[in-house]
Write a protein that binds this ligand. Sequence first.
Ligand code: SAH
Ligand code: DHB
Ligand code: MG
Length: 222
Amino acid sequence: MDADRWAAVDRYFAEALIPPDPVLDAALADSDAAGLPPINVAPTQGRLLHLLARMVGARRILEVGTLGGYSAIWLGRALPEDGRLVTLEADPAHAAVARANLARAGLADRVEVRVGPALETLPRLAAEGQGPFDLVFIDADKPNNPGYVHWALELSRPGTAIVVDNVVRGGAVADPASRDAGVLGVRRLMELIAAEPRVVATALQTVGAKGYDGFAVALVVG
Ligand code: SAH
Ligand code: DHB
Ligand code: MG
């Protein structure tokens, strides 16, 4: 098993199950043209986020880490017309690309891109009385994952689903001696959710177009 095989199977599933989508293709092309790194979720993963949002009947979605808005388009399309997605991005240049991509997707009225470090914008959302959100997707800087999950819980209700991207770190997440800040962030996140009586969680390893990685999925139950 190798990365080429994983990518070929991802392509096969995407071609079999996901219709061609010029708006998503253009979002990636414009992100690339603007120099954004290609660290968006894969199409199959984007559709998983979309399906999770529909499964929980999400009307309000929170995303941490917008990049060029690729995952935000998948999530925004799961919303009803009066639904709302708030997506948080530290880099104003990324946010500008995302806003244009979301507008082209016809989602400008439903999606708000908030610029700033998420550990500043999350408490502001809470202070404004935003939320509870029905689904939270955490996909920004990995060392801050513990703080993001803390605020996700503050902005949740029983029934909220929380998804965290990139929890595998090439497998290093299983190394208790790792000093990598991303690994430490993920391991601390796992400890937090394991000790948190308000959530039931699991984590899954994935392979595919984006290589070897994984998601944590948590349900707020209390
Ligand atoms: N969810 C996107 C990918 C996000 S990549 C998709 O799948 O399409 C991670 C993003 O998090 C980058 O755009 C990066 O600029 C942003 N980011 C990094 N640190 C951040 C912080 N402290 N607060 C908010 N966003 C941050
Ligand atoms: C990186 C970030 C991501 O969110 C991702 O899905 C893949 C890679 C990164 O920072 O390298
Ligand atoms: Mg990611």
